[in-house]
Ligand binder design. Structure first.
Ligand code: HEC
Length: 115
């Protein structure tokens, strides 16, 4: 059995953890604020790469749980996920974990839905 506090596995987000309904404008606003403060230095909301990939159309190419894991379990994703590693090969910088709460990460996903 996994120890209860096993850091990476216990925290991984799965499809069942996320429900996307109508776009929730209040969450979008919160997600945008987080973007402005913690993500904007490295990510554009367009297609162009800054340090990391642009966010335009993110949810057309990534599942929401994948995005949540990239935000919350950045190290694990960069060490084990083939798609994350492809980005790393292009960007040559390891995205630092931004220490977001699960709610903050979910709000960022809601913001991404509008891009
Ligand atoms: C210091 C720069 C930096 C900051 C700050 C940063 N990122 Fe990243 N991010 C990257 C890089 C670089 C990659 C590509 C993977 C890699 O090289 O580690 C990436 C990849 C991603 C991806 C996957 C992109 C894709 O198209 O597959 C997501 C999602 C993401 N970041 C979300 C965030 C969020 C949300 C924040 C803010 C809370 C954030 N990042 C802050 C550098 C950063």
């Amino acid at each position: 059995m996994e120890p209860a506090n096993s850091p990476s596995k216990a925290a991984m987000i799965s499809e069942a953890d996320i429900t996307l309904g109508e776009v929730d404008k209040a969450l979008v606003e919160k997600g945008k604020s987080t973007y402005d403060v913690k993500c904007q230095a490295c990510h554009s909301i367009g297609e162009n790469r800054v340090v990391g990939p642009g966010w335009k159309g993110m949810l057309t190419r990534r599942k929401p749980e994948w995005v949540m894991n990239m935000i919350l379990n950045t190290e694990a994703m960069l060490s084990t996920d083939a798609e994350a590693q492809k980005q790393l090969e292009q960007c040559l910088v390891r995205m630092p974990n931004q220490n977001l709460s699960k709610d903050d990460a979910r709000n960022v996903v809601e913001f991404m839905r509008t891009l």
